[in-house]
Design a protein around this ligand. Sequence first.
Ligand code: NOJ
Length: 528
Amino acid sequence: MSRWWQGAVGYEIYPRSFADSNDDGVGDLEGIRQRLPYLDWLGVDAVWIGPFYDSPGLDHGYDVADYRAVNPIHGDLVDFENLIADAHGRGIRVIVDIVPNHSSSQHFWFREAQQGRSNPYRDYYIWRDPAADGGPPNNWVSHFGGPAWTLDEASGQYWCHLFLPEQPDLNWANPAVLDEFDAILRFWCDRGVDGFRVDVAHALMKDPQLRDNPQQLPVADPTNPKEVFDSFEHLYDLDQDSTVEIFKRWNKVVAPYDAVLIGESHPRSIDRVARYVRDEALHTVFYLDPGRMGWAPGEILDKLEAVHRSTDKGISWIIDNHDESRSVTRFGGGEAGRRRSLAVMTFMMALGGFPFLWEGQELGLVDGLIADAHLEDPIATRNEHGIGRDRTRTVMPWDTSHANGFAPSAEPWLPAPPRHPEETVEVQRQDEESWLNRHRRLLAVRKAHPDLWSAPPEWLPSPAAAVRMLGRGSTLALTNLDAVAHRVELPAGSWHIFYQSGPAAATRPVTSPFEMEPETSYLLVTAI
Ligand code: NOJ
């Protein structure tokens, strides 16, 4: 059966940073609605809007206090309905975040659960008695620093939280939690949403015995939460086989609405990625590694190929999102970083699945500069050596007016970083060879050549580690991420380039052997 997301390209929006319509310094749903003409012009098929639900905002919306209410700083349900109506009017689908691993500690369920062991909501969360020495029940650690357990003085038990203490983990072994989320999914589907991006999809179920995770690496800097987290093999807190059962159930809940389920998944190994999309569970999952890596071309391509071979179902390919340094910065910064970022994204467009751009990626943005005093992310503010995520989340540079057009006159919640006029949407739209227009053309050619994402894939022999050739029906995707040119033998037939990630994007016939320029990707079609 063909589904609407096959062949689609998505665009991630961080509601706080995209556009502020009411001039309070925080982005809102109405601001997104007003910018829909831009997204339509760019050619995206769907937007994924980060959490805009009622929330104390300690993790900027990933701490949900009411899964059915809009946070007043982002608008209200009427704004949401207007946004959906306008997006659908333009043929743009709307995907919203769902945050099922944890709620906010301000959620009614948790406030009730804290009333005591006999409260009917107690079992909505994960509670355990202290270890024999009075400390946490096991050695699990939080992604955001410190133990994954906090003591509730009143009851003498610890609650589990893989993120902030104010983000208590829900107990997915409790059937009542399953019922609650079925109803929440239906609530948003009934309001017209076209899908859900499932936050930390791999984390929902925990080992029933709560066993200790093995420590696999020594820790040099215990004040760096990422280093501490990565020092453990996450055998018991993440990626449990039983988690997939939850998504099989969700798959049935959303089926009548033709809504897509996209998991944010970070399984323990590449060969576990496919588990989430098999057997009618999630429809696609984000594969996050390329969105975290520095410029390691051979390794990036090895991973892409391995994941692609591990599942013929969809992966949502990304090199950027709201949690990591921007690809242009990670890949070397400046023009080199931009060239590399577009080269990888171009090749990803031939991998199938449901690729996503992150707001500002299409402009070739580098990370925004934010002074330490203005950092907001708890990873940075609650740890001595935590590397926060604010620099990727700075406001979208629309034009050269106040705060780069994000807000009419208010100071943005994160100060607008210095941006050159050439980094703004307004200036790049005028220039046919801007990064923005190159991304726009990439989206257009993907639509024009459906073989690129739908024909059976065939990985062809490659002359170097940082080079790949992927045949798909009448099309061929070539990437050379190496710092030097490489010659490749093209399969028999006559070939035309219809897109190239570097300059001089003109369509042209090519012959074999074909010399690929450094750090450039090409999309070819057999001449008819
Ligand atoms: C993953 C989200 O992408 C991130 O922004 C958030 O902090 C954590 N999940 C916790 O919800």
